[in-house]
Ligand binder design. Sequence first.
Ligand code: SAM
Length: 234
Amino acid sequence: MTDRAFPKGPYRVTNPAPALTADEQRIVADFHALYYRIWDFGRGPGTLDLHWLGFHTLKCPLDLWIYQEILVETEPDVIIETGTRFGGSAAFLAGICDLLGRGRVVTVDIKQLSGQPRHPRIDYVLGSSASAATLTQVQRRIEPGERVMVILDSDHRRDHVLDELQAYHPLVSPGCYLIVEDTNVNGHPAWPDHGPGPMEAVEAFLPSHPEFRVDPSRERFLMTMHPRGFLLRT
Ligand SMILES: C[S@@+](CC[C@H](N)C(=O)[O-])C[C@H]1O[C@@H](n2cnc3c(N)ncnc32)[C@H](O)[C@@H]1O
């Protein structure tokens, strides 16, 4: 018996990201740059004013589709998200959990904005994500034996992301993902003048953590805001 609202298919993604020629890679990078220009990031919602069920989110729809696949395939009980903002990503994740009949979202932010979604599967934690006090709050929300996935989407400066990686990676269950968002900034290939960010944090983290590997199959829709950011805990 299952309490799923919808039956789950048997498909598992195994294809890698497509191998691209140099010309094709340039096309992807150009599209990426165009997407960022149109997005108008930092100056309001911009033209790409993206909503899930009416809640604003700062994701690329191609990545949201990948998130849906990851939730279906890895069946986390707890999805920890740092960086709530308007709550659109938490609403998306909780909605997929509803369809699966499994999982809840613990979302952390230093600010509580009005209009964030109220949903039985969303639990808000207020505090700075990498602080010991916040980590304790998050850990208290995980029951022994639960499968845990982590998404880092708060302050994208390298040192903060590295602090988050150190704090949250022990929580990730084998077979689940640690997703480091916005590894595309600082010229990878977007926002070249951002300064060291999530990609630089990932590169500093991975050599001493062989239990995590980059999963290129999650980058197969050509554009992702998280290149080398889908880390699978083996
Ligand atoms: C990119 S937004 C999150 C977007 C959201 N996950 C989405 O996709 O719709 C980043 C959020 O991180 C929060 N933030 C910044 N520094 C933080 C910190 N040290 N700890 C927790 N949250 C932080 C900001 O307040 C902001 O709401």
